[in-house]
Write a new protein. Structure first.
Length: 196
């Protein structure tokens, strides 16, 4: 069905009827079509805004605070609170206290070193010893030509974690890096709790 155009008298009659009726919907009358406007053939773009002076990177916020640098085992041990007597701890750090027993884990694999450490620590505690020395070694030196960098000294990192886990956590009071005369960063002092 095609729509036909209303004649002027029909359109006038329609307007009189539309004025007397209440509209169902608010808004423009759908029967009244606005006159079509002819689009201009030439579109004019708004003028570009002038570019102000700037420095390269001036609006970027510095992000130097977001870098995360992992802490070493030595730093973690230094940050731990002192559980033992402060005077004894100072003497321990200066190498003035002599360990009563020692275990050397050099060259052992993790599956051999862990049970050996557990056995040594529990035996030392039952014998009433207070200070023992655990030698882990510093680890193999890094190869500067190795294409894949890797962390050295697996036992050096693992032993402090083992000492903080059961069953050893129940008998260990303090763990500290050894003085240079007892092995330095390749060994740990382990101060044991008293037997009750």
């Amino acid at each position: 069905m095609s729509r036909r155009r209303l004649r002027p008298e029909e359109l006038e009659l329609w307007h009189q009827v539309a004025k007397s009726a209440d509209p169902m919907h608010k808004g423009p009358n759908p029967m009244e079509r606005p006159e079509p406007t002819r689009p201009s053939l030439r579109k004019t773009a708004p003028p570009p805004k002038p570019i102000s002076d700037f420095g390269i990177g001036e609006s970027v916020t510095p992000q130097t605070d977001t870098h995360y640098f992992p802490i070493t085992t030595s730093q973690r041990l230094k940050a731990e609170p002192v559980q033992m007597d402060n005077k004894a701890f100072t003497r321990l750090k200066r190498g003035k206290l002599v360990p009563e027993a020692r275990i050397d884990l050099h060259g052992m694999t993790l599956d051999r070193a862990h049970p050996a450490l557990n056995r040594f620590m529990l035996t030392s505690q039952t014998r009433g010893m207070r200070l023992v020395l655990v030698i882990t070694g510093k680890g193999s030196r890094e190869d500067p030509y190795d294409p894949m960098p890797h962390r050295r000294g697996i036992l050096k990192r693992q032993v402090p974690m083992w000492l903080r886990q059961p069953p050893l956590s129940l008998i260990v009071l303090q763990v500290a890096e050894a003085h240079i005369k007892h092995g330095g960063s390749g060994a740990y002092y382990v101060y044991l709790k008293r037997t009750r």
